[in-house]
Design a protein around this ligand. Structure first.
Ligand code: ADP
Ligand code: MG
Length: 322
């Protein structure tokens, strides 16, 4: 079992940024209105994620660390209508298999909170504790028992950059969640007043935020909303294109192509338009269970999604022109 956990851990936990991503997704799934992420040494020595979400009940805390323990889906039918970011029940078990994890958590209904310490998959401590409503997860000594994985990591500064990228996506995907991101005791980003434009400002700065155009398009099945950039902030990299499907960040060449198609008659500085777009569809039309990192998705009808993005972009640009 322990070995199996370490193997599946390798799929979910590639680097510190994967830990941050999974933990913050759990906070968002728990309905948190605020999330604070603190890291040290690119997350290698220390990652803390604190949220004010629903918390975990005392009796469920140990279970949450078991492989395939998820409170989010109960059967195959649920898998077809996933609205949460998590559903595989692998993250906590995988992270705890290759690090030392401490969780402090309390639900509103409970008077006391509980804590648990798990290291290398073994529970070291369980106790009651006084703590605020919500959940704090602290991860230390990542990959202490998997030297091969440790060697594969880059310098702290590079690992920090991966985490910053994850945090930027979290901020862009959840403009209503107050997010604070701290590295080496300094606040890197603070955002989340409910306004996506302000989130774009927080992530990319004023030069970008003043060159964006609002997108809001719906047909009977799909809504596409967010912002695209004007020609000034187009770039020769797709790094400035962020897509969400029902709030889940994913990478898609197809949507990138749809975006470009919408810009077809626009003269641009760079090859790729800037974009932060959320596509909302009935979850039954999306398969998010393609890969353990959940970064790939499949649509039951690619063409419909492609067309919706194309028209969303085209309409937004035309509206701008008149
Ligand atoms: P998944 O998110 O796929 O369900 P995880 O391993 O990430 O699996 O988490 C296991 C379970 O632990 C979750 O289903 C949830 O019930 C609980 N959990 C984890 N993190 C939090 C949190 N921050 N707040 C509330 N519950 C949490
Ligand atoms: Mg999860």
């Amino acid at each position: 079992e322990e070995v199996a956990n370490m193997i599946s851990a390798g799929e979910v936990v590639e680097r510190p940024a994967s830990v941050v991503k999974e933990l913050v997704e759990n906070s968002v799934d728990a309905g948190a209105a605020s999330v604070t992420v603190e890291i040290k040494n690119g997350g290698m020595s220390y990652i803390r994620v604190t949220d004010n979400g629903g918390g975990i009940e005392k009796d469920d805390l140990k279970t949450a660390f078991l492989p395939h323990a998820t409170s989010k889906i109960k059967n195959g039918a649920d898998l077809a209508k996933i609205m949460t970011l998590g559903f595989r029940g692998e993250a906590l078990a995988s992270i705890a298999a290759v690090s030392s994890v401490e969780v402090f958590t309390k639900t509103k209904a409970d008077n006391f909170g509980s804590l648990i310490t798990v290291k290398g998959g073994k529970v070291l401590e369980e106790d009651e504790t006084g703590c605020a409503d919500g959940t704090t997860v602290i991860v230390r000594d990542l990959f202490f028992n998997t030297p091969a994985r440790m060697k594969f990591l880059k310098k702290d500064s590079a690992e920090t950059a991966y985490i910053t990228d994850v945090m930027n996506k979290v901020i862009l995907g959840n403009p209503s969640v107050a997010v604070k991101y701290i590295s080496q005791s300094k606040t890197v980003t603070s955002a989340g007043d409910g306004n996506l434009k302000n989130a774009i400002f927080a992530v990319y700065g004023a030069d970008y935020a003043k060159n964006i155009i609002e997108v809001d398009y719906s047909d009977e099945n799909i809504r596409v909303s967010g912002f695209i950039g004007n020609s000034q902030i187009s770039r020769n990299t797709r790094a400035y294109q962020t897509f969400f499907i029902n709030g889940r960040n994913f990478v898609s060449r197809a949507l990138s192509a749809a975006l470009s198609e919408g810009f077809k008659n626009t003269v641009m500085v760079g090859k790729f338009p800037f974009a932060v777009l959320n596509v909302e569809v009935n979850p039954a039309f999306v398969d998010v269970n393609v890969h353990p990192t959940k970064m790939e998705v499949r649509f039951s009808d690619d063409k419909k999604v492609f067309e919706a993005v194309y028209w969303a972009v085209k309409n937004a640009l035309e509206k701008k022109r008149v």
